[in-house]
Design a protein around this ligand. Structure first.
Ligand code: S3P
Length: 452
C-alpha cells in the first residue's frame, strides 16, 4: 500500500507470515550497462537478452541512442527486456544534441566519460541531485592523464564536460580507491589509445568489463598483482565486435532475498539463473560464513571450459530460514560486497554476537551517504548499530519493530528496509521507496508473489 507523506511517496510494508516460491530477478545491472555500451561501440547488430529494466539501465540505453545507436526493446514476461541494437560503431558516433542524462546512475556517467574521452565530440554528462553530489575526480584525473579534455562543473562533481580527442595516450594507472567504474572508464578510453593501457588495483573489483571485452574479441589480459590485487591491460586501439548475450540475474538484487530468506523464520526461496561471478559473489559466501542455508545448483563453473559464451557463470540459489552468527568483515570483504553492505547490516541485526564491518568509508560516496542512512533506518527499527569512523558495529540479535524510515531516495536502502519490514513486528513505512525502480522495478510484484 502506498501513501504520500510530506512530499515523499511512502510505502507501507507489513510483516510476512511466510516467504515461499521462486523468482527470476532483474538482469544484472552492471552487465546490462556494459552490454548496451559495448553494443554502441561495435559496428553492426548486437542483441541482449534479459537486460534489467531499472531506471539506471534505461539511462544508459537513452544515452546509447543519443550517440547514434538504434535500439529496439521487447519487454519479457519476467520484467526484463530484450534489446536489439544496431550501431554505426565507435568510429562513427553521433555528436549528442543535448545534455546526456545519467539520472541516478554513477556507472552511466563514469563509463560514458571513458567512452567519450577518445571521441571527437563534445558532450555534457549530468544527472539527478544524488549523482550531482558524487565525486568524479577519480575518473577525471586518469582520463586527463590520457590526454582527454574533461571538466567537472564544481568541486569535481557533475555535470562533467568531455571535449573528446580523436587520439588518447595509453597510461599505467594505480587506482587509489577500489572501483570497477574507474577501472572500466580507463579501459574503455584505452580502446581509443595507442599502446598498452594498464590498471592496477590493490583490491580486485568486479571484472565484467574485462570479460565482456574479451568475449567481443578485445585481448584483455588479467594477472594477479601484489597481495591479491589485480593488473588489467589491453592494447589499443581496439574495437569490440557485435555480440549476442543472455544476461544473468543481478546478485546485488538477489542479496535482498538471500538475507530475507535467511532471517525469516518460515522461508524457502529459489532465485533462478543468478550471476555468480567470483568478483560479485562475496555476499553469498559471507552469508554462508554467518550460517545461512544457501544451496547453489545448476551452476556453470568458472573454469575456462565451463564458462558461458560471455564468460559469466550462473547458478540457481535456494535460501532457507537460518540461525545466523555474527561476522567480522575485513576492508577487502567490504569492498567485495560494497553494494550489499546495507542488507548485510540487516542480517547482522538478526545474528548472534557482535558484527564488525571494516573499511566501509566508500559507502558515503554512493547514491546516498549509506552509512548515515542505514544507521538511522535500522536504529529506528530497533537495531543496535553504531559507527566508529569507517567501521560499522552491529550487536545482535535484536527484535525489529515497524517504524517510519527514510531511504534517502536510495534504492539499496529502500530495499533493505522493505526486507527488514518482513521480519519486524507491525508495519514499516518507507519514505522515498519509489527509488526501488532504480535497480529493481519488479520488487513489489516479486514480494507479492512469494509472501503470505
Ligand atoms: C559498479 C561498480 C561499483 C558499484 C556500482 C556498480 C559497476 O561502484 O557500487 O553499483 O557497475 O562498475 P564503484 O566502482 O564506484 O565501487
Amino acid at each position: 500500500m502506498t501513501a504520500a507523506i510530506a512530499g515523499h511517496s511512502a510505502l507501507d510494508v507489513a510483516p510476512a507470515r511466510r516467504l515461499d516460491g521462486s523468482l527470476t530477478l532483474p538482469g544484472d545491472k552492471s552487465i546490462s550497462h556494459r552490454a548496451l555500451m559495448l553494443a554502441l561501440l561495435a559496428q553492426g547488430e548486437s542483441t541482449i537478452q534479459g537486460a534489467g529494466d531499472g531506471a539506471d539501465v534505461r539511462s544508459t540505453a537513452g544515452i546509447a541512442a543519443a550517440l547514434g545507436a538504434k535500439l529496439d526493446r521487447t519487454p519479457r514476461a519476467d520484467g526484463n527486456v530484450d534489446y536489439r541494437i544496431r550501431s554505426p560503431g565507435a568510429a562513427a558516433l553521433r555528436a549528442p544534441q543535448a545534455t546526456l542524462d545519467c539520472g541516478n546512475s554513477g556507472t552511466s556517467l563514469r563509463l560514458f566519460a571513458g567512452i567519450l574521452a577518445g571521441q571527437p565530440v563534445q558532450a555534457v554528462l549530468d544527472g539527478d541531485d544524488s549523482l550531482r553530489r558524487r565525486p568524479m575526480a577519480r575518473i577525471i584525473e586518469p582520463l586527463r592523464a590520457m590526454g582527454a579534455r574533461v571538466e567537472a562543473a564544481r568541486d569535481g562533481r557533475p555535470p562533467v564536460i568531455v571535449a573528446g580527442r580523436r587520439r588518447l595516450t595509453a597510461i599505467d594507472w594505480s587506482t587509489p580507491v577500489p572501483s570497477a567504474q574507474v577501472k572500466s572508464a580507463i579501459l574503455l578510453a584505452g580502446l581509443r589509445a595507442a599502446g598498452t593501457t594498464r590498471v592496477r588495483e590493490a583490491v580486485a573489483t568486479r571484472d565484467h568489463t574485462e570479460r565482456m571485452l574479451r568475449a567481443r574479441g578485445v585481448g584483455v589480459r588479467m594477472t594477479t598483482g601484489e597481495e591479491d590485487g589485480t593488473v588489467v591491460e589491453l592494447d589499443g586501439p581496439a574495437l569490440p565486435r557485435p555480440f549476442d548475450e543472455r544476461l544473468p540475474g543481478d546478485i546485488s538484487a538477489a542479496a535482498f532475498w538471500l538475507v530475507g530468506g535467511a532471517i525469516h523464520p518460515e522461508a524457502d526461496v529459489t532465485l533462478r539463473d543468478m550471476g555468480v561471478n567470483p568478483t560479485r559473489r562475496a555476499v553469498i559466501d559471507l552469508l554462508a560464513r554467518m550460517g545461512a542455508s544457501i544451496e547453489e545448483t545448476r551452476g556453470v563453473s568458472d573454469d575456462a571450459a565451463g564458462e558461458d559464451e560471455a564468460g559469466e557463470p550462473m547458478a540457481d540459489l535456494r535460501v532457507r530460514s537460518s540461525k545466523l552468527l555474527s561476522i567480522e568483515l575485513s576492508p577487502k570483504d567490504t569492498a567485495a560486497a560494497i553494494d550489499e553492505i546495507p542488507v548485510l547490516c540487516l542480517a547482522a541485526t538478526q545474528a548472534r554476537g557482535r558484527s564488525v564491518i571494516r573499511g566501509a568509508g566508500e559507502l558515503r560516496n554512493k547514491e546516498s551517504d549509506r552509512i548515515a542512512g542505514i544507521v538511522a533506518g535500522l536504529s529506528a527499527l530497533g537495531a543496535r548499530i553504531a559507527v566508529d569512523r569507517d567501521e560499522i558495529v552491529v550487536a545482535g540479535p535484536t527484535p525489529l519493530r515497524g517504524a517510519v524510515v527514510d531511504s534517502l531516495g536510495d534504492h539499496r536502502l529502500a530495499l533493505t528496509f522493505a526486507i527488514a519490514a518482513l521480519v519486524a513486528e507491525g508495519t514499516t513505512t518507507i519514505l522515498g521507496a519509489e527509488s526501488v525502480a532504480v535497480s529493481y522495478p519488479s520488487f513489489l510484484a516479486d514480494l507479492e508473489r512469494i509472501r503470505s
